[in-house]
Design a binder for this molecule. Structure first.
Ligand SMILES: NC(=O)c1ccc[n+]([C@@H]2O[C@H](COP(=O)([O-])OP(=O)(O)OC[C@H]3O[C@@H](n4cnc5c(N)ncnc54)[C@H](OP(=O)(O)O)[C@@H]3O)[C@@H](O)[C@H]2O)c1
Length: 231
């Protein structure tokens, strides 16, 4: 685990594949993780399942509200449909916190996946607009949940692009990214670039369907040490 994170991490929408996948990887790296759900029983069941996968890890389940209230860092891992309503319901619990969004506002039609138009610009900016006192960072948009949940999957070759307006918060999330993948997190720029990062996932899904794979993202042209957390 990277040095700066002894904070408990809540995963709102922690019963879905992406929330469980990120929760599993973070818990395996030594973080204390609370999986949130609209339903406490679903949360508890998901936490029990992950505890069997990551023996000895600290994973519990709670309602989304209780999870967010209990943690210093809150990951949003819910579908874009209902996102604004859910974040609005959690405003008191998210106030002043580091909120990390991997929400991809996507739709599908007969031609495949595509990025949706979001009036706030992006899902991450929508969350930032709803909880003005939170520090919102976008990350983990391009990691495939089945790989996150596969204990054998090596994700160290994947880059996690992190966007946000607060440099210290981005550094904290880049360290979390390194814990999740074993590779690097990269500072991709301001939060508004979530408008580009979120719909890019539609391209990955399209590639996955075409080539029957689970594609990820890795940038070229960076020095090998960039983004690596010193041992
Ligand atoms: N799946 C991936 O590979 C992947 C990769 C990168 C990013 N993402 C992004 O991560 C987010 C979560 O993905 P996912 O595949 O895990 O999604 P999901 O399974 O559809 O939903 C995750 C959880 O969100 C809760 N939820 C569903 N609808 C809700 C609503 N209207 N209001 C509040 N909570 C609701 C559900 O938990 P409860 O019913 O227990 O409350 C559900 O288990 C999405 O925005 C997605 O674009 C996914």
């Amino acid at each position: 685990m990277t040095e700066s994170h002894s904070t408990r991490i809540a995963v709102v929408g922690g019963t879905g594949p992406q929330g469980r996948g990120l929760g599993y990887r973070l818990a395996r790296a030594g973080h204390e993780v609370v999986l949130g759900s609209r339903d406490i029983q679903r949360a508890t069941a998901a936490a029990e399942e992950l505890s069997r996968l990551a023996v000895g890890a600290r994973i519990t389940g709670a309602t989304n509200l209780a999870a967010a209230e209990s943690a210093g860092i809150v990951l949003l891992a819910v579908p874009y449909d209902g996102h604004a309503q859910l974040v609005t319901s959690l405003v008191p619990a998210l106030a002043g916190k580091l909120v990390v969004s991997c929400v991809n506002p996507l739709s599908f039609d007969r031609f495949g996946p595509y990025g949706r138009t979001v009036s706030a610009g992006s899902g991450a900016e929508e969350a930032a607009g709803i909880v003005a006192s939170a520090t919102v960072v976008g990350a983990f948009h391009h990691l495939a949940a089945p790989l996150l949940l596969d204990p054998e999957a090596d994700l160290s070759h994947e880059d996690v692009l992190v966007c946000g307006d607060d440099v210290a918060a981005k550094e904290q999330v880049m360290a979390l990214a390194a814990d999740v993948t074993g590779g690097r997190g990269l500072d991709a720029g301001r939060l508004r670039l979530a408008r580009q990062l979120e719909p890019l996932t539609a391209v990955l899904i399209s590639v996955n369907k075409r080539y029957k794979t689970r594609s990820g993202l890795a940038l070229t042209g960076l020095a090998p040490a960039v983004g690596k957390v010193p041992a």
